[in-house]
Design a protein around this ligand. Structure first.
Ligand code: ATP
Ligand code: MG
Length: 307
């Protein structure tokens, strides 16, 4: 597989505090890669290192097969980003704002501006000034600014942050279109797994500066959506022993005092229920459950505090 971004053993400390620790990440060319982590996990810092806005302490970064130390001039022109708010002028329209930022980068090309606004779904002939924009429109304008020069790689820091569910769905469609129709490689960050669903192809879970897991989204789903049977019983100790010893069930967890979770599904709920009944146990609850990805992410990253 060809990678547009590759890091190896990336480290960064701020005032003695490690905020990025030994991060190796691999963003496949033409794919959407989601960097998922709680507030303060280190997502923005990693993105800033990739863009040369923050200096790494150690490790390596390779972009477009060029090692950072040997970057050819113009490499950053191949990347569009929304990592730092570009500081749009509140009293200017979208076209006026994009013209200002185009001028800073070189020259103003009205066709490119028109095209970028069209891609993100903002009207070209709009008199509305930036201060009257909704959050969703502001996020779109930031993306328009990032894609004006048709970059191969987009680095978008929390593009769905603060959007309502419909805004998130629209952003998802936009990002997928940029990838599928325009062939761009896209790195996005989010602190919420649900925002990445149906959007990312690959995922990197980052926690306290470390990469906990990196895989395709499909793989993550396959690995983590375990089915299990949940039992609530009156005599959990005895039932636990019975399941292990008499029925030879291996994979059993005890999440709470009276609850038992069985991951080894050699018996279905009906069969299990009748066996427990026959053995004289009182079953208050028996149900087939699934661990959602969100549960998994919460378990991995410490639970409380995930929005
Ligand atoms: N310039 C800085 N000086 C000192 N500490 C910093 C600096 N920038 C970031 N940090 C710290 O580094 C850690 C990671 O921050 P970072 O912004 O990368 O996290 P994040 O994953 O983007 O979080 P969020 O979801 O809140 O945006 C945090 O503890 C933060 O306080
Ligand atoms: Mg951040």
């Amino acid at each position: 597989m060809e990678y547009t971004i590759q890091t190896y053993g990336l480290c960064k400390k701020y005032g003695g505090c490690s905020v990025v620790q030994n991060v190796s990440m691999h963003v496949p060319k033409g794919k959407i890669y989601g960097l998922l982590g709680r507030n303060g996990a280190g997502k923005t810092t990693i993105m800033k290192i990739l863009l040369g806005l923050v200096k790494k302490d150690s490790g390596s970064v390779t972009l477009f097969n060029q090692v950072m130390a040997d970057y050819q001039s113009g490499i950053y022109a191949r990347i569009g980003s929304t990592i730092e708010s570009p500081g749009f002028y509140s009293n200017l329209t979208a076209v006026e704002n994009l013209s200002v930022f185009s001028r800073l980068r070189g020259k103003v090309d009205k066709n490119k501006i028109r095209n970028a606004l069209n891609v993100v779904g903002l009207p070209y002939q709009d008199k509305k000034i930036f201060s009257k924009y909704s959050l969703g429109m502001k996020q779109r304008l930031a993306i328009a600014n990032a894609i004006i020069n048709d970059p191969e790689l987009l680095i978008l820091d929390e593009p769905t942050n603060g959007l309502d569910p419909i805004g998130i769905a629209e952003m998802r469609i936009l990002i997928r279109r940029l990838s599928h129709e325009c062939g761009k490689t896209i790195l996005i960050s989010s602190h919420q797994l649900s925002e990445m669903e149906q959007m990312v192809d690959w995922i990197g879970i980052i926690h306290e500066g470390r990469m906990l897991e990196e895989c395709s989204y499909q793989q993550l789903e396959e690995n983590r959506q375990h089915s299990y049977i949940r039992l609530v019983v009156k005599e959990p100790e005895q039932v636990y022993e019975y399941l292990k010893k008499t029925l030879s069930i291996e994979n059993i967890k005890r999440p709470e005092a009276s609850a038992i979770e069985i991951y080894d599904l050699k018996y279905g709920t009906l069969e299990l229920n009748s066996r427990l009944f026959a053995a004289g146990f009182a079953v208050a609850e028996i149900s087939k459950c699934q661990n959602s990805l969100e549960d998994y992410f919460k378990k991995m990253t410490g639970g409380a505090g995930i929005a």
